[in-house]
Design a protein around this ligand. Structure first.
Ligand code: FAD
Ligand code: ZN
Length: 472
């Protein structure tokens, strides 16, 4: 009996990666459902190659069968880009087993690792050599290097070190036809034609499969300290940012704002977490990395905050006394998304505008939302130093989050995104487009840019088999 064509492909895949690494039955929700549980698809199979050669062979087999592939790393993406659609026809390509650290070059300050390495594992490997991989986000315990680069992840250190893109020196990529581009390089300077690396970074699995990368490292700072400051307005937060930049220079490595309601939610849902300052309209978490040590860093923070109080942009402040206290302050910031999830579904935004425009953007958009949806609550927090806010809209108290989302998401988005556009901002600052924001991209991206993007997609993946239905 000749096997059905569907089985023929799976048999080929089993031949490449081994039968145990082609999953077709049982509970595959860890792969088929996204982190937010907003998207749930069905994969034809979950395939788990263990090397670049296996990834290339899988891609060739799927290309020959005309079968679409969805690459996935840690499955922490927030825009529905890494889970299969509902058709049951797409092969989910999990990179998690491609997880070797290939090299750490201490003199060149680089780390080369495979795509499936968990970010935190890489941070720890660098730290063990006294080095810093300066990419940090709340999902770092599960997100992968490949996913970080495919989404050009941001996080909490962008202010000092840039997005994942700025940290990437070289890539190894399996193309849509199953060839391997050996672009791993530890070079800081290489002007030899078009920048293919930057084409793949941020392409969300639609142009090629990232199998390994070379990342920049830095020396570990002698000390990292944090402080918390209370501000009466966003204008004051921006004034504090500028003062901190002037006083701390490159030592300022984090500047996060937390709105009053965001911290109220943390207090309500995680009452055991200490909140060292009395509630304020805005609370800023500052992080400083210092080459000298903890005591001088703390002293510098104290002088900065005294100056800020004198200048009137800060009403109250506290400097962490120990590493444990610093961690607790970060924990507070990182608990906001979790507290929000406890409160119920909400309409999430990940917007950026120039830092100078942030106060005006929030004042105007807050007013427009309140006028149209009285009682609506804003969970506003994020990376003020990068002009990037998670400007999330929660249903009025007592109204169900799911119901509010279903009824008003589109209209709320239009108000927020129109306001963002007026300030020359971006409707997706760090989480990407995925499946969630495709419509916005088509409607809001410059038409010439969109046409160029389509030509690139056509050139690199003419059959449209890499993560179809995402981005474009
Ligand atoms: P996945 O979710 O598996 O995939 C994401 C996208 O990349 C998908 O489109 C997928 O197809 C593609 N992809 C994955 N691996 C590859 C590969 N090897 N080759 C090609 N394409 C690939 N993001 C930020 O930018 N900043 C934050 O501060 C931040 N904080 C977060 C906090 C929490 C609690 C959570 C859950 C998420 C957060 N994110 C943040 C979003 C997410 O963690 C990042 O986008 C992360 O980089 C995704 O990595 P991943 O391995 O989980 O990728
Ligand atoms: Zn963020």
């Amino acid at each position: 009996m000749t096997p059905a064509p569907a089985d023929a492909l799976l048999d080929t895949l089993r031949g490449i990666v081994g039968a145990a690494q082609v999953l077709t039955g049982g509970d595959l929700s860890a792969f088929e459902q996204d982190w937010r549980r907003r998207w749930r698809g069905r994969a034809r199979a979950v395939v788990r190659p263990g090397s670049t050669a296996e990834v290339a062979a899988v891609v060739r087999a799927c290309a020959a069968a005309g079968t679409a592939l969805v690459p996935q790393g840690g499955n922490t993406g927030l825009v529905g880009g890494g889970v299969p659609d509902a058709t049951g026809t797409q092969v989910l390509l999990s990179l998690q087993r491609c997880n070797r650290i290939r090299a750490i070059d201490e003199a060149n300050l680089t780390l080369t690792a495979e795509a499936g390495c968990v970010l935190q594992t890489l941070q720890q490997a660098a730290a063990a050599r006294g080095l810093l991989l300066p990419l940090s986000l709340a999902a770092e315990g599960s997100c992968t290097l490949g996913g970080n680069l495919a989404t050009n992840a941001g996080g909490t250190q962008v202010l000092r070190w840039g997005n994942a893109r700025e940290l990437c020196l070289g890539l190894e990529v399996v193309t849509a036809t199953g060839e391997v581009w050996h672009g791993l390089s530890g070079l800081r300077k290489d002007n030899t034609g078009y920048d293919l690396r930057d084409l793949f970074v941020g392409s969300e699995g639609t142009l090629g499969i990232i199998t390994a990368a070379t990342m920049k490292l830095a020396p570990q700072p002698a000390a990292t300290t944090t402080a918390l400051a209370a501000c009466a307005s966003l204008h004051d937060c921006v004034a504090l940012l500028n003062l901190a930049r002037t006083r701390l220079g490159a030592g300022l490595t984090g500047f996060e704002v937390m709105g009053r309601f965001a911290l109220d939610l943390v207090a309500a849902h995680f009452p055991a977490l200490p909140q060292p300052l009395p509630a304020a309209s805005w609370t800023v978490l500052l992080e400083q990395s210092d080459v000298e040590g903890e005591a001088p860093a703390r002293a510098r923070f104290e002088r900065l905050l005294e100056a800020a109080i004198e200048q009137g942009c800060v009403t109250d402040a506290v400097v962490a006394e120990s590493l444990a206290q610093s961690r607790a302050l970060w924990h507070l910031r990182e608990s906001i998304p979790l507290a929000q999830a406890e409160e119920g579904l909400n309409i999430k935004h990940d917007i950026s505008v120039p830092v100078s425009a942030i106060p005006r953007f929030c004042e105007r958009t807050d007013e427009m939302l309140a006028a149209r949806w009285p009682g609506v609550r804003l969970v506003n927090f994020g990376h003020l130093g990068d002009g990037n806010l998670h400007y999330n809209v929660q249903a009025p108290a007592g109204q169900g989050g799911a119901e509010f989302l279903a009824q008003h998401e589109h209209a709320v988005n239009q108000v927020v995104f129109d306001s963002v556009a007026e300030e020359g901002g971006s409707f997706s600052a760090e989480h990407g487009i995925g499946a969630l924001k495709r419509g916005e991209l088509a409607a809001r991206k410059d038409p010439v840019a969109l046409a160029l993007m389509r030509s690139i997609k056509q050139a690199l993946d003419p059959a449209g088999l890499l993560n179809p239905g995402r981005v474009l």
